[in-house]
Design a protein around this ligand. Structure first.
Ligand SMILES: *Cc1c(COP(=O)(O)O)cnc(C)c1O
Length: 224
């Protein structure tokens, strides 16, 4: 199966699920997660017409995408940051990415807002929610999201468009997708970044607007 076949198959599944659940397929964006994938595979996805890509590390994203960005051939390219962001990488992240999915603390929100002002950029952002309340995992506690959203919006002036979650490995993901949807509805936020290769079929019925799919698009990641 080529990457184009994989993308076509996932788009067909999105269309079928949207039909079944009475959703508009244009409300579900397929983000292809290109972390730990080769430049050849990324090129193949671009040549298949795909334009939304996700990366979880700033340094690797620069290696994958800076030259492609600079050459200007794919001017509708959209790069999504889906991994934890350290404040010392914010400058590079704001310059490279188009969407940030992992806002999860006030210090980071302020730093991003300041950096966007000085670079004259205004990226749409998602708040990452730790729906499983896992100690080692990034994200805002579910009960703290509403207050944190107010800080991001009114004090930092960030353009928050939705919420993002990564469910715990050993829990039914639908519980977490449902919880994320409920919190987003409570905040009046339309965007839901949820669902990966193993569980996007369950995220779409629960309202996902962006699914983040890596291995089902590109195959297994390289161990680099
Ligand atoms: C790697 C990653 C994905 C993609 O995972 P797959 O199981 O390969 O689809 C999605 N979201 C985040 C935050 C990731 O880090």
């Amino acid at each position: 199966m080529s990457i184009k076949d994989n993308l076509d198959n996932i788009h067909s599944e999105i269309a079928a699920l949207c039909k079944e659940w009475d959703r508009d397929p244009s409300d579900v964006t397929l983000m292809a997660v290109s972390k730990k994938q080769s430049a050849e595979k990324i090129q193949e996805a671009l040549e298949a017409g795909h334009r939304n890509f996700g990366e979880n590390r700033v340094q690797e994203a620069l290696e994958h995408w800076q030259a492609i960005r600079d050459n200007g051939q794919y001017d509708d390219l959209k790069l999504h940051l889906i991994g934890p962001l350290q404040t010392n990488k914010v400058k590079d992240a704001v310059a490279l990415f188009d969407v940030i999915h992992t806002i999860d603390r006030e210090k980071l929100a302020r730093k991003i807002a300041g950096e966007m002002a000085s670079q004259n950029r205004d990226l749409p952002c998602y708040i990452q929610v730790n729906t499983g309340e896992e100690e080692q995992k990034a994200g805002v506690h579910p009960k703290a999201v509403a207050a944190f959203y107010d800080i991001c919006k009114y004090e930092c002036g960030l353009n928050i468009i939705g919420l993002m979650c990564i469910p715990p490995l050993d829990d039914p993901p639908a519980l977490h997708f449902g919880l994320l949807k409920k919190i987003a509805d409570g905040c009046g936020l339309p965007g839901l970044s949820m669902g990966m290769s193993g569980d996007y079929e369950r995220a779409i019925p629960l309202g996902a607007t962006v699914i983040r799919v890596g291995t089902s698009v590109f195959g297994e990641r390289e161990n680099v």
